[in-house]
Every structure is written in C-alpha cells, then in structure tokens.
Design a binder for this molecule. Structure first.
Ligand code: CMX
Length: 435
C-alpha cells in the first residue's frame, strides 16, 4: 500500500483510539443545550458535528490544524518559482496532520497525475446536455457519470469488511480529486470556447494543470489558481456543501455520490453560487450607473436599492464569521501585488469600504463584513475569465479537497449513519402545552 495511505491510517487509528477512551470517560458530558429558536432557524450555533479537517473561529476565520490562512500561505510548500501555497500540500495537512516536505508534495502531485485519466464516456454524458445548461449542472453530471469507477461501490457490492471502508474511500478520493480538474475544464472549454479542449500537461502541479486545461497559461493565473484552490477548500463541517457530503456519505454512499450531493448544495446562491452573484451584481451596477469606476456615493445608493428590492448584497455576511473573512484579505493582498490599478478590483475594494456600515445600519445583519465570494470574481476577470456562471465550478474543484478528506476521516473513524430527530410544529405546541 502507498506510504501516503499508511500514514493516514496511522493518524486515524491513533485518533480513533483517543476518541474511544474519551467517549468511555466523558460520553455523557453535556456540551450545550438546544433552544426552540435554533431548530426553526437553521441550527445556528448548535454544535452537532465532528469534522477533523478544519475549525472556524468567528473572529480569526478558518484554521487548518490550528493554522490560519496567513500561516498556511507562509508555511505550505510552493511550486518552483511560485509564492502561493500548493493545494496538494493542504490536502496532505488535512489528512496527515502535518506540513509536508517539498518531496511529500511532489510525490502527491505525481500520484494525482497518475490517476487523472477520465474515461471518454464521462465527456459523452456531459455532451448529451444542452450547451446552455448551467456549468455546475454539467460538472455534477460529469461526476455522477464517473461514479461508475467507484472502488468503494464495487467492493461494497462484493461484500467487504467495514475495517477496509477507509481504504476504498481514500482510493476513490484520490482518483476523484485527480480527475476533477479535467472534468471542470471540459465544461469551461465546451460552453465558452467552442469545445476547443486543451490536453493536460503531466509536468504541472494540480492547480497549474487545471489553469492550463482551462486555457490560461499565464504564470500569474496559475498562482491565482493555487491560492484559490487552497482558500476555498474547507470551512469546517456545518456549511451546506461539507454537511451534505458528510450526511450522504453517512449512508455509505460512495465518495462520488457524496461529493456530488455536496456540490448541488454549493450551487445554491446563499452558498457557493454567491461568487457568480457578486460579479453579476457589480456588472449590473456598472451598466446602470454607466461607469466602470463608481464612486462610494454611487455604490451606497445602489446597495440601498438592492436592499429595497428585498435582495441580499452578495458576498457580504456569514452564518458563523463575525469579521472580514481572511480569505477575502488573502485575495485582496494578491490583488494589491499583481493588479493594484485594475478598475474592477478597485471597485471591489470601494464596495468593501461602503457596504459594512450600511448593513450594520439595518440592525439585523449579524456580520456586515465580506466573505470569500466578495473578491474572487474580480481577480478572475482581470485575467480574462469573465464567464461568471462558471465561477462556482472553480469553488467546487477546490472544495473537493476538504469535503473528501473529511469523508476519509468519517470512514476511518467509523462514523455512523446521521439521523437526527425532527418534530412537527404540532408536536412543539404539545411541548409548550399550547394544544
Ligand atoms: N445583504 C442583505 N441582508 C443580509 C445579508 C446581506 N449580505 N446578510 C444577512 N442579511 C440579512 C438576512 O437575510 C436576514 O434577514 P431576514 O431576517 O429579513 O431574513 C438577517 O440579515 C439576519 O441574517 P444573518 O443571521 O446575519 O445571516 P444568516 O446566517 O441567516 O445567513 C448568509 C448568512 C451568508 C446566507 C447571508 O449573510 C447572505 O445571504 N449573504 C449574501 C450571500 C452570500 O454572500 N453568501 C456566501 C456565503 C459564503 C459561502 O457560503 O460561500
């Protein structure tokens, strides 16, 4: 068995042993209480899940094995000549729990390259869809077609021992992550570039090869893809895409089925689709105001109009975060370094100065600050990727690293079927003696 897999198994066995003892000693310890409001209001603040890959702090943002986004950017190995962290290195950290060496990352990149072949029938399945089909739908159809390759599903059908679930899950995870850039790039080239497919380059790292297959061979764009793939990968376990992947996986649905379920959640406008909504909203604002560089006053007026129409300001707010998202800040730093005078990027920064006080003034928005989606589109447009309907597919490729690592942990730790209790309002009324 590959060294990488054995290392993961060693970590999982160690943690599994610790959890067992912890549950024996403290299994009945109360860690919180649930209010009526919580079960009606999206379970905010209710601790109900264990996710090993990352932990979200309302102030500091996401941490991966205790490391913040700035720490990851500083500490994770880089590509030769590059400054941004390699996503393979973060994947390694989420599974093995330590920062990999350059050699570890090289081996992992090579392992993914070896597994990256996508069978032709997957592309045929996507091509059967009308070209105007949303890119996320085309992408998920590709993933579902590829499910035919699932090692977990085959071995389960043959009847395998539950002790081996983790290995088949990791095998599927590696294969799927290796193949996703090819599927995603196919969607882009088919929909926007007259099906002029760019063949993969076996010498490139995972994110750079993705940029190459999308048709962007500019070194700066490759750097952007490395950063993008790192910062969008995981945001602890309760967000829709991570939770949906975990939930579906708990039925022992294989990683292809589970990941596809999660990505259907990512395609919702309150979650991953917000990145396309942000750019769409800015383009519409520019059109209405007939300027590429709206002033703060013009932006404020436009924000108020958006709110008066009963719409949200996309890219602002968060269910857990209560500060500017460090993933927004990382992208802002990238923008300041590579494109400080880009008018669209400058508009994003002006929106950042303008929107929070307005949202704060509403008195109900818990977090008036920007999230990751507020910035990503403007950086992509700078390099020529203006097809904003596609942006959530980039998010989805990145998110595979987090949600699939988590699924490996779930199977290695023997996580059971998820099945919380639900009630009817009639039952609630009976609790409250209202009936
Ligand atoms: N613009 C306008 N109103 C907003 C708002 C925004 N950006 N963010 C929150 N609000 C409103 C809510 O709609 C809610 O209003 P009602 O009580 O009238 O329904 C009120 O403020 C309270 O909401 P909240 O507790 O602050 O936020 P939630 O936890 O319910 O929702 C989120 C979080 C992200 C869905 C919400 O802030 C939002 O819709 N933001 C815009 C969409 C977005 O950027 N999504 C991407 C999130 C990151 C990701 O998952 O990718």
């Amino acid at each position: 068995m590959e060294q990488f897999k054995l290392k993961f198994k060693e970590q999982a066995d160690k943690l599994g042993g610790e959890i067992k003892i912890m549950l024996q000693e403290h299994g009945n310890t109360v860690i919180g209480e649930t209010t009526l409001a919580q079960i009606y209001q999206g379970m905010r603040g209710m601790t109900a899940l264990v996710t090993e890959t990352s932990l979200l702090d309302a102030q500091d943002g996401i941490r991966f094995k205790r490391r913040t986004i700035p720490e990851l950017r500083a500490q994770l190995p880089k590509a030769k000549g590059g400054n941004e962290p390699l996503p393979e290195a973060l994947f390694y950290l989420m599974l093995i729990g330590e920062i990999p060496t350059d050699k570890d990352v090289e081996n992992l990149s090579a392992m993914l390259q070896r597994r990256s072949h996508v069978p032709a029938y997957v592309f045929d399945a996507m091509e059967a869809l009308p070209e105007e089909t949303h890119p996320m739908t085309q992408f998920v159809v590709g993933v579902m077609a590829l499910q035919n390759e699932s090692v977990f599903a085959k071995r389960y059908a043959d009847g395998f021992n539950k002790k081996d679930y983790w290995e088949a899950t990791l095998e599927d995870t590696l294969n799927l992550i290796a193949r996703l850039p090819h599927i995603a790039a196919f969607v882009y080239r088919r929909k926007y570039k007259g099906s002029k497919i760019v063949q993969p380059d076996g010498m490139l790292d995972w994110a750079a090869n993705f940029a190459h297959m999308l048709g962007y061979d500019n070194e700066e764009f490759k750097e952007l893809m490395r950063l993008y793939m790192v910062i969008h990968s995981d945001h602890e376990g309760g967000n829709v895409s991570a939770h949906a992947t975990h939930l579906v996986g708990s039925a022992l649905s294989d990683p292809y089925l589970s990941y596809a379920a999660g990505m259907n959640g990512l395609a919702g406008p309150l979650h991953g689709l917000a990145n396309q909504e942000v750019i769409k909203w800015i383009f519409e604002m520019q059109k209405e105001l007939k300027t590429d560089a709206p002033t703060s006053e013009q932006i404020a007026e436009y924000v108020k109009k958006t709110l008066s129409e009963g719409k949200v300001v996309p890219g602002y707010g968060h269910a857990v975060l209560r500060q500017t998202d460090p993933r927004f800040t990382a992208q802002m730093e990238f923008g300041k370094k590579h494109m400080p005078n880009d008018p669209l990027v400058n508009t994003v920064w002006r929106i950042y100065e303008t929107v929070p006080p307005i949202l704060q003034g509403l008195g109900k928005v818990k977090n008036p600050w920007p999230n990751v989606d507020a910035h990503s589109g403007a950086l992509l447009v700078h390099y020529g990727m203006k097809e904003y309907e596609y942006y959530t597919v980039l998010f989805a490729v990145s998110r595979s690293l987090g949600v699939l690592s988590s699924l490996c942990w779930d199977r290695a730790l023997g996580m059971p079927l998820e099945r919380p209790k639900s009630v009817t309002t009639a039952a609630v009324k009976r609790w409250l003696n209202k009936e």
